[in-house]
Structures are given as structure tokens and as C-alpha cells.
Design a binder for this molecule. Structure first.
Ligand code: C5P
Length: 413
């Protein structure tokens, strides 16, 4: 999925060791379909050469306001008006101080000042030593730059090039990419609190064995990411999966269905939307042995008895209104056949307004899927696509339902 296709990004580099990450970032932006114009300060060129950035962006780097290649000799005007966004990464403490004062004595600060402020967003990815980041002057500048309309991105935490450990590292290229994609996303769920369950559960037989299923969690994680990009606060209750937590999402790792139920119930009363994508085990062993069950030499396999697990979605959806408020519940159905009939029946059984059907064996572990949205009026297909795209479509659909529900509510007597 070319998530930045059609976007033109001016990527500014200022002086800092994090310039090495800007090379990776440039590559990632181009890979996502953006065109990238790199602008470097003289200090940035102490850390990485324009040759590298030209090769990665496919365009000559610009580093001077006196660049005679510009026919009108106004690089600062031309560059800032073409851009869909200006991203300064790394942004040094010194460069933030310059921006704050409207100083414009070299091309990058000049074009930031000259940008049409209402149309061309400015994003800054700070990178500096932890003392420099914590200094009141820097924090004052960050606050003022935000008040002036710039988006100052987070800093990373950890070991720094200087050998110290703390806040102030530039975010990794993939984190910056995710932040930029989120920045361009429509904020259709602003103010909403979205709770997502994802992945399989694991039901222990003994300390070393258990039963689980083939759910990868990819669909649920993609939904959590899309909800976050749409501006929601997102809590993700995840069964045992090895997926990276989407940026800005709070993750709660659980193992069994009962763990998942208690984590979900603890979070449900603050949520406004609940999307249950988890493939919760329907049954668990009636008892879990304290020690590993051993072969006893008789050739007889141990007998396992199962009991039914709590239904998390139905429990939440059927909570009294006083407890769950206006919570909008969305269920999933992983079926192997008769998708529409099964999804319809499941929607009623679970007591949810929206049930999303998919063919389980075809999608478990894959990066793509196809969805069937079933509500009280009928059904709608979201045709085969990446889980990432489907998640965005589903989130947009949920946002429309919430908005319409609001209107109905306000207009009803
Ligand atoms: O009944 P079935 O497992 O097919 O229902 C699927 C839907 O119900 C999914 O949304 C799933 O996350 C949810 N579910 C649940 N707790 C269970 C079983 C299913 O939340 N114990």
C-alpha cells in the first residue's frame, strides 16, 4: 500500500548524529510513494553527505538560498509552496531556537518561515542530548513552537550517541513514517476511546502445554492502528502474538480468555467503541495441572475435559446501559462457510449492532482479507484488500455510524 502516494515532502536535515536515520526515513518515504525534496543545513552536511540523500530521494539536494539553478532564484518560495508537508528530521535544539525567533539566515529556516502557514504543515522531529532536551530553554521553545502551529513529534528514550541514557533521541525512521501517515489521516474518531481485543487466547493444560488457535492478531492490530490514526485513544488487549504495538496505542498483554475478559471489563467503562477481533478459545481444559503431565507407560493418553469460556463480546454488549453507556460494540465472525447466514445469526446472538464476517482459514496469518459488514439493515462487502486498508475502511464506517447515531439522537424528540 503506497500510503503517501501523491504527497510531496520537503525533508529538512539539521546538524545531529541522527542524520543517519534520516537516510532510512527518506528511503521509507519514497517507498510509500511520496516525492521527497531534501534540504540540508551546513551542519547536517558534517554528518551525512548530500550524495547519499540525493541517491535515496532521486533529487538533487538543495542547501543554499543562493542556488542559481532556481530560475527565479527564490528557492525558499518555490520549495515551501510545492510541499504537502515540511518535515525537519533531525531537528536540532539550535534549529528550534531559530524557528522560534523567525530567524532565516539559511535556506531551511528561511523556507520554514516562508511557508504558507495555513496550508503547509511543519513537523519537527527533535534530536539531541538528554540535558539539552530537558533544558528549560528547549522545553519553552517546544511549547512556543506548538503554539505557533508546528507539530513537534515525540522524542525517543534510550542510549544516546554521547553515551548518556535518557530522552532526546530522534524517533526511528519507521516511527516517524507512522507519525507522518497518521498526521495525514482524517481525524474521524477524535475524542473517541476505542477498545480492541486481538489475537488468540492460550488455555493451559499444564505448565508447558496448552491449546490455542491460528489467529495472528494482524487484523485487530491493524484496526487499533487505524483507530489511533483517526484520532482515537486506543487500548489494545492482545493475546499471545509477536506483533509490534502500533504507535500511540496502549497495549495490555493477556494469555487466557479469562485474563482477556478481566482486562477488557476493566477498560470497557471508559470506552466508546469496542471492537472484538480476538479469536477467543471457546473452551478451556476444566483443570490445569500444576506440574507437567507425564506419560505413565500404560500407553493411555490422559483424558481432557473442557469447560466453556466466558463470551467477552456478549458479556460487554449485554452489560446494563448504566455501566456501558453508549458503547458501540463490533463483533467479528471467523467462519469457514455460509458467511452471511452465520454472521447474521451471530450478530443477534451477541447483541451487537455491527458484525464483521470473514473466512477464518483463508485469512489467519495473512496480510490480506475480505470483510462482510452485517447490520440490522443488511450487509455490505469490503472486497479483498490488505488488512491495513480494510481496517481503515472499517474505522471510517464505524465513524460514520457514530456520527449518524449522534444526529439521530439529537434530532429525536
Ligand atoms: O462465537 P464466536 O467465537 O464465533 O464469536 C466471535 C466474536 O465474539 C468475535 O468478535 C470474538 O472476539 C468474540 N468472542 C469473545 N469471547 C468469546 C468468544 C468470542 O469475545 N469467548
Amino acid at each position: 500500500m503506497n500510503e503517501l502516494s501523491g504527497k510531496h515532502i520537503v525533508l529538512g536535515l539539521t546538524g545531529g548524529i541522527a542524520c543517519y536515520k534520516a537516510a532510512e526515513l527518506c528511503r521509507a518515504l519514497v517507498k510509500e510513494g511520496a516525492t521527497v525534496q531534501v534540504v540540508m543545513t551546513a551542519a547536517a552536511q558534517q554528518f551525512i553527505t548530500p550524495v547519499t540523500m540525493q541517491a535515496l530521494s532521486g533529487r538533487a539536494v538543495v542547501d543554499s538560498q543562493w542556488d542559481a539553478r532556481e530560475p527565479n532564484n527564490m528557492a525558499h518560495i518555490n520549495l515551501s509552496r510545492e510541499a504537502d508537508a515540511i518535515l525537519v528530521a533531525p531537528c536540532s535544539a539550535d534549529f528550534m531556537a531559530k524557528l522560534l525567533h523567525g530567524s532565516a539566515d539559511e535556506l531551511l529556516s528561511l523556507l520554514c518561515l516562508a511557508r504558507p502557514i495555513d496550508r503547509v504543515p511543519l513537523l519537527l522531529a527533535p534530536a539531541m542530548n538528554r540535558e539539552m532536551w530537558a533544558h528549560p530553554a528547549t522545553q519553552r521553545n517546544v511549547a512556543q513552537l506548538r503554539a505557533d502551529g508546528a507539530t513537534v513529534l515525540d522524542v525517543g528514550q534510550g542510549e544516546q550517541a554521547c553515551g548518556e541514557t535518557g530522552d532526546g533521541r530522534m524517533l526511528e525512521a519507521e516511527e516517524l513514517l507512522a507519525d507522518l501517515i497518521a498526521f495525514f489521516s482524517a481525524k474521524t474518531l477524535l475524542g473517541q476511546h476505542v477498545l480492541v481485543t486481538a489475537g488468540p487466547t492460550y488455555e493451559a493444560i499444564d505448565p508447558v502445554r496448552g491449546i490455542t488457535n491460528l489467529s495472528s492478531g494482524k487484523m485487530g492490530f491493524a484496526i487499533a492502528r487505524a483507530a489511533r490514526e483517526a484520532g482515537a485513544t486506543v487500548e489494545l488487549v492482545a493475546g499471545p502474538v509477536s506483533l509490534a504495538t502500533p504507535r500511540g496505542v496502549t497495549r495490555h498483554d493477556v494469555r487466557s480468555a479469562r485474563d482477556m475478559l478481566s482486562a477488557t471489563l476493566a477498560l470497557a467503562h471508559d470506552a466508546t467503541v469496542f471492537v472484538a477481533t480476538a479469536a477467543v478459545a471457546d473452551w478451556r481444559p476444566a483443570t490445569s495441572a500444576e506440574h507437567k503431565i507425564k506419560k505413565d507407560g500404560s500407553g493411555q493418553a490422559p483424558e481432557l475435559c473442557f469447560v466453556e469460556n466466558p463470551d467477552i463480546l456478549a458479556t460487554v454488549a449485554k452489560m446494563p446501559r448504566a455501566l456501558r453507556g453508549d458503547l458501540f460494540c463490533v463483533g467479528f465472525a471467523a467462519e469457514s462457510q455460509d458467511l452471511l447466514a452465520n454472521a447474521r445469526a451471530k450478530r443477534l446472538r451477541k447483541g451487537v449492532p455491527l458484525l464483521v464476517g470473514n473466512i477464518g482459514p483463508a485469512t489467519f496469518g495473512q496480510d490480506d482479507n475480505a470483510l462482510l459488514l452485517v447490520d440490522e439493515r443488511g450487509s455490505q462487502e469490503l472486497p479483498h484488500a490488505s488488512k491495513r486498508l480494510l481496517a481503515r475502511q472499517l474505522i471510517a464506517d464505524i465513524a460514520r455510524r457514530l456520527a449518524t447515531r449522534g444526529q439521530t439522537y439529537h434530532h429525536s424528540p
